[in-house]
Design a protein around this ligand. Structure first.
Ligand SMILES: Cc1ncc(COP(=O)(O)O)c(C=O)c1O
Length: 383
């Protein structure tokens, strides 16, 4: 018996990242020492106090039962308080906050909750692939890809936002380009969405991964006509815990909760306790020490990587946020990635993020300074 996948699954594009993984595995099998800048997954462990919180919580049997799909109230209160401390925004933990099993599922489920088959969903190009695939395609919606241009600082042109779309995804600090947006820009986007009845979904997964004196804003600072996705994944090296949140307009939060309540039973309570320990670190707009110490590691790596690439006459911008270097290589991104693989260096071809990603590769700062230096030495030989 053979089983055919549903049309919507067949419409998903071939996953280039899976192909890359196979190629990396082949090289490893050949005994090559691989330095992996491919996946945006922190190599640094979760801070000790958070590990301790989850250990304590898991020893408490009251955390062993089904959680609520929308999150325990205590967790939602801590998330609301984090928004108050960090962004000065008041949120009702009962109506304007929901817990997610990682922001990825929330980003996909918000589309299922609000977009009908055949309606248009806007994804930036290049972008995190979930907007077009997990969200739009699996909702039988139509993805409209709006280009981000380097000369605009990779900000989507507000006048390019199609007025007949149902939903817009936007993400700053941006994966893969490292670009950032200010509140004035977010206000213009929100006005455009409000004027045209477009649901504005703001992916703020890298809100705390900010370098030097830069601090990313929340879209809610521009107004409440949006839903924002945030996550402890990158901020606290907690990608494996699966814990995030959505906040904002109460109709959007209610729809997302309704959809999720039929699909999942929420993030385990002991994981929520770990997130409470993490987010309660914030006692003002500045990054707390636990986060600062973590971000300083990536900042040090960023400085070494960017300086090294510049010595090689590759001239990446110095990202103000995210742990990604978006390198304009001016040619075939897959061919460049394969050439790097031969030297034992894994980078992500830009084409994997959309057609506009062609000509670029992404390097994630998930290796130590020593390994970055080693990679730069190898690059001198091959470039
Ligand atoms: C732009 C962006 N949004 C969302 C996510 C998902 O994060 P999580 O599901 O771990 O919260 C990622 C992960 O890489 C990302 O790059």
């Amino acid at each position: 018996m053979r089983y055919e996948m549903a049309d919507r699954l067949q419409r998903l594009p071939p996953y280039l990242f899976a192909r890359m993984e196979e190629m990396v595995a082949e090289k490893k099998a050949q005994g090559l020492d691989m330095i992996d800048f491919g996946i945006g997954d922190p190599d640094v462990p979760t801070p000790g106090p958070i590990i301790k919180a989850v250990q304590d919580a898991v020893a408490d049997p009251s955390t062993h039962t089904y959680p609520s799909s929308s999150g325990e109230r205590g967790t939602r209160v801590v998330i609301a308080d984090y928004y108050k401390q960090r962004f000065g925004i008041d949120l009702d933990p009962d109506k304007e906050v929901t817990v997610l099993i990682g922001s990825k599922e929330g980003i996909a489920n918000i589309c299922r909750a609000f977009v009908n088959p055949g309606e248009k969903v806007i994804s930036p190009d290049p972008a995190y692939p979930v907007y077009a695939n997990g969200a739009a395609t699996l909702t039988d919606a139509i993805t409209v890809r709006v280009p981000l241009h380097e000369k605009d600082g990779f900000l989507m042109r507000v006048e390019d936002i199609p007025k007949d779309a149902k939903m817009l995804y936007l993400n700053y600090p941006n994966n893969p380009t490292g670009a950032v947006a200010d509140i004035e820009y977010l206000k213009r986007v929100m006005d455009q969405c409000r004027d045209n009845g477009i649901i504005f979904c703001y992916d703020n997964a890298y809100s705390e991964m900010c370098f030097d004196d830069y601090l990313a804003p929340s879209a809610l600072e521009a107004g409440m006509d949006c839903i924002e996705f945030g996550s402890v994944s990158k901020t606290f090296n907690m990608t494996g815990y699966r814990m995030a949140y959505a906040v904002g307009n109460r109709d959007l939060v209610a729809g997302l909760r309704k959809c999720k309540s039929q699909i999942d039973s929420g993030t385990p309570k002991f994981i929520q306790r770990a997130a409470m320990r993490a987010l309660s670190q914030f006692d003002g707009p500045r990054l707390p020490k636990m986060v600062r110490d973590n971000i300083d590691i990536y900042q040090g790596r960023r400085d070494v990587m960017v300086a090294g690439l510049r010595r090689l006459d590759l001239n990446p911008p110095m990202p103000k946020a995210t742990f990604y270097i978006w390198l304009n290589i001016g040619g075939d991104s897959m061919a460049f990635a394969e050439k790097m693989l031969d030297a034992g260096i894994v980078v992500t071809p830009g084409i994997g993020f959309g057609d506009m990603g062609e000509g670029y590769v992404r390097m994630a700062l998930t290796q130590s300074v020593e390994r970055i230096e080693e990679a730069l030495t190898r690059m001198v030989d091959i470039l």
